[in-house]
Design a protein. Structure first.
Length: 202
């Protein structure tokens, strides 16, 4: 498993600067990132430094979005972490893999978005996502206010996205000698045009 992107360079975990999640108005956050590896990877886990205030009853959603115009656009997949798994002290909270496979491509911007399925109704029971401004690695973070994302320049939310290298698709399979064998048949009799032979005959 490889680290695909992260901002965890803080020397004081649990510092008092944070982004609310599931609060009355400030109800989520987002962090943009690009892959560190130069090949496509499937997401296997997501981490954020979190704590809770009071006793929020809802789960925190960890979701990956595509980017459009510097904002989260299309949800690619995600999962949730139960409120009971988050304590009243900051710690690194790691989710499982998204419920559907999320494949990230190099040189492409994505967003890790944390929020709750329903916006909170008070400011006594909510979560906090820690952030810092030392050795910034990414352009900016976002906060969600009344359901709308707003830019917050100069801060990075503490996060990590991990994954495994994505397997090559069938179209990229090659033989030992790299030659094309165009007439290999599938189980239903249709030709598979891109499978490579061992002898180089077509």
């Amino acid at each position: 498993m490889a680290t695909l992107a992260q901002y965890t360079t803080h020397t004081n975990p649990g510092e008092s600067i944070y982004r609310d999640i599931g609060g009355n108005k400030y109800d989520g956050g987002a962090m943009s990132f690009t892959l560190t590896p130069s090949t496509a990877h499937n997401v296997t886990s997501m981490m954020a430094e979190l704590k809770k205030t009071g006793t929020p009853a809802v789960a925190v959603r960890f979701r990956i979005f595509s980017n459009s115009g510097g904002l989260p656009s299309v949800e690619l997949g995600g999962t949730t972490v139960a409120a009971a798994s988050i304590t009243g002290s900051y710690s690194e909270i790691t989710s499982g893999a998204p419920s559907t496979t999320v494949t990230l491509q190099p040189s492409t911007t994505y967003w890790l978005v944390l929020d709750t399925a329903t916006q909170g109704t008070d400011d006594s029971n909510y979560f906090q996502w820690g952030m810092g401004n030392t050795s910034l690695l990414y352009p900016s973070s976002l906060y969600k206010y009344n359901g709308t994302f707003q830019t917050e320049t100069g801060w990075n939310l503490y996060f990590r996205v991990s994954g495994d290298e994505a397997p090559a698709g069938p179209a990229n399979l090659k033989s030992l000698d790299g030659n094309l064998k165009a007439n290999i048949k599938s189980m239903n009799g249709n030709p598979i045009a891109n499978v490579k032979s061992f002898d180089g005959n077509s």
